[in-house]
Design a protein around this ligand. Structure first.
Ligand SMILES: [Zn+2]
Length: 242
């Protein structure tokens, strides 16, 4: 996972780990630079077995806001172009993104959601493979029938690991603005290409690809699990059949 931007934040930004419940957020402004995470998220991240993907998503989402604030990307011409890109974009409630009033927020949230989605997709895929790995082992050990194994396998995602990965990574519509204190999402305008490129390059270190074949660690893991499953042809078939 790309973590250089988080390391930079740990060194140069203030982290606040709150007890109790609340919404993770970033306080930014002239003198206030603080990334606030609540208990559910930081406990989710420090789970001894495997951090949950919602907590990973929240960390990367808020980390993106904080990083943009830290390096003043929101003061750049490119960020301004992204703001222009979102002017009059349709919202899911039929309303529009208003120039000036909404555009900065729309860009901030588009960037944070884009990064969060990509990081969480990698994490979710890894978690799913761990599950499939254990499942195949249980079938091998005779603790689970092949039929039961196939049934559980089918419930680990919408389609195959590869298809779900592709579908999640292909998501391009992100961002939201606030209406009456509620989040209303951008309906159909894809993220500004330079904004996506900035997120991929600077925040995600070009290490998260849309293509599973360009993710060697995940690819190897799939191959290994698939190879083990091949002892039971029906099980192996279920793993790669949508
Ligand atoms: Zn946000």
């Amino acid at each position: 996972m790309p973590t250089a931007f988080l390391t930079r934040l740990i060194n140069d930004y203030k982290f606040d780990f709150e007890s109790g419940t609340g919404t993770d957020h970033v306080k930014s402004g002239w003198w206030h630079h603080e990334l606030v995470l609540y208990e559910k998220t930081w406990k989710g991240l420090s789970r001894p077995d495997f951090a949950d993907s919602i907590s990973v998503l929240n960390l990367y989402h808020e980390g993106t806001h904080a990083y943009i604030d830290l390096v003043d990307y929101d003061q750049t011409r490119e960020f301004g172009e992204a703001m222009k890109h979102y002017e009059w974009a349709k919202l899911t409630n039929g309303d529009k993104v208003w120039p000036d009033v909404d555009t900065e927020r729309a860009v901030q949230e588009a960037a944070a959601m884009y990064v969060g989605n990509r990081a969480a997709t990698v994490w979710k895929t890894w978690a799913r493979l761990k599950l499939l790995d254990q499942l195949v082992k249980k079938v091998s050990d005779g603790k689970l029938t092949v039929a039961k194994g196939i049934e559980i396998m089918r419930n680990t995602g919408k389609s195959t690991v590869a298809n779900d990965y592709w579908a999640d990574m292909s998501e391009r519509v992100f961002g939201y603005v606030e209406r009456d204190g509620k989040q209303v999402e951008v309906a159909d305008r894809p993220i500004y290409y330079k904004l996506a490129d900035y997120c991929d390059r600077v925040i995600l270190e070009n290490s998260i690809s849309d293509h599973l074949v360009k993710m060697p660690a995940l690819g190897n893991y799939i191959d290994n699990v698939y190879r083990a499953a091949q002892k039971f042809p029906e099980l192996a078939k279920a793993m790669v059949t949508p």
